[in-house]
Design a protein around this ligand. Structure first.
Ligand code: GLU
Length: 325
């Protein structure tokens, strides 16, 4: 039943891409401009051990903003909740993921950890509270270890070319890091914090890897295979809450209505989503809508939620309502 639902939703997404509503690959990071807008893949992993796949689910791509969820789990582990939320807020912005404006006009603190400013601040905290304090290499090693555990893949690593491309093009992120260093939100060197952030965003994974991670999120940290705890239960509940309110950029409200489950997207074309204690989904489709969310991925997850009845409030009652874009 799950495989049939996935295939139907996948087909619908494929048709919508063919129908010209496919969107565009991200170009502001030059390496991402080389992405193939025709790629489309999906993987679902269920709590009872099932795995259901479609299309390019084995294709690796950079996590981009999906990594922000892992950065937050690591920051909570290393620095603790009080330190993290004394520097980073938990409110949605309604602005684009890379917006700088609120740092100047609202508060000097980033409004949440799912936007670039918040993730750069979280990367700074990972360095400040690293097992080897102030050591960015130690923080990056712990990040990769955590990503490997959560994705159930020891082979997870970084795409060097995307990292260098982000580093050369990331002036806006660098500006935010310097502003936050000036205000004491980042206490290490801004350049070092933003460099770690670029590395985290350049982490490679497939939809198969990310479906495992999404299932671990659904299970509040339990390993689907062994039942062993892989990450702190409370940290994961915080992450999922922020995914609901801020995970899909300034399209989070619409996604919450249509899919009704926590989701996080990245401009590399990935989306993860999870249904509590039930299943994890990851999709890959580099063609993005104007808000930066994968168009194919959105169709797959929203339709799947409807056909499998995943909406957290049940019934997908608002599903047919036409939300403005
Ligand atoms: N590395 C990207 C950036 O900093 C991440 C953006 C995203 O996936 O939303 O712009």
């Amino acid at each position: 039943m799950v495989q049939r639902a996935l295939e139907n939703c996948f087909e619908e997404a494929r048709l919508s891409l063919d129908g010209g509503t496919g969107g565009k690959v991200a170009t502001y990071i030059p390496e991402l401009a080389k992405g193939n807008p025709r790629h489309l893949g999906a993987c679902i992993m269920t709590a009872d051990g099932g795995r259901f796949t479609a299309g390019d689910w084995r294709q690796v791509f950079t996590m981009q903003s999906i990594s922000k969820t892992i950065t937050l789990i690591l920051a909570l582990r290393l620095a603790g909740e009080d330190a993290v939320f004394s520097r980073i807020g938990v409110e949605p912005t309604g602005d684009a993921f890379n917006s700088i404006v609120r740092l100047e006009t609202k508060t000097h603190f980033p409004l949440n950890p799912m936007i670039n400013a918040g993730a750069i601040a979280a990367a700074g905290l990972c360095i400040e509270y690293a097992r080897v304090p102030w050591c960015a290499e130690s923080a990056h090693a712990d990040f990769l270890d955590l990503a490997r555990v959560l994705c159930g893949n020891e082979g997870i690593g970084m795409d060097e070319r995307v990292y260098l491309s982000e580093k050369s093009a990331g002036m806006r992120n660098r500006s935010m890091a310097y502003m936050m260093q000036g205000e004491g939100v980042i206490k290490c060197d801004a350049e070092v914090a933003v460099d770690l952030y670029f590395k985290m965003c350049s982490t490679l994974a497939s939809a198969g890897d990310l479906a495992h991670y999404a299932l671990v999120l659904a299970l509040n940290g339990r390993c689907p295979a062994t039942g062993v705890s892989l990450a702190d239960d409370r940290a994961l509940r915080i992450v999922k809450t922020l995914m609901v309110t801020c995970g899909m950029y300034d399209g989070s409200g619409e996604f919450a209505i249509k899919a009704g489950i926590p989701g996080k997207s990245g401009v590399g074309g990935g989306i993860i989503a999870c249904a509590e204690n039930n299943l994890g989904i990851a999709t890959f489709g580099p063609a993005l809508n104007p808000k930066g969310n994968s168009t194919g991925g959105l169709v797959i997850i929203e339709r799947l939620s409807q056909s499998l009845g995943l909406h957290m409030f049940g019934g997908n009652v608002f599903y047919k309502r036409k939300a403005h874009t």
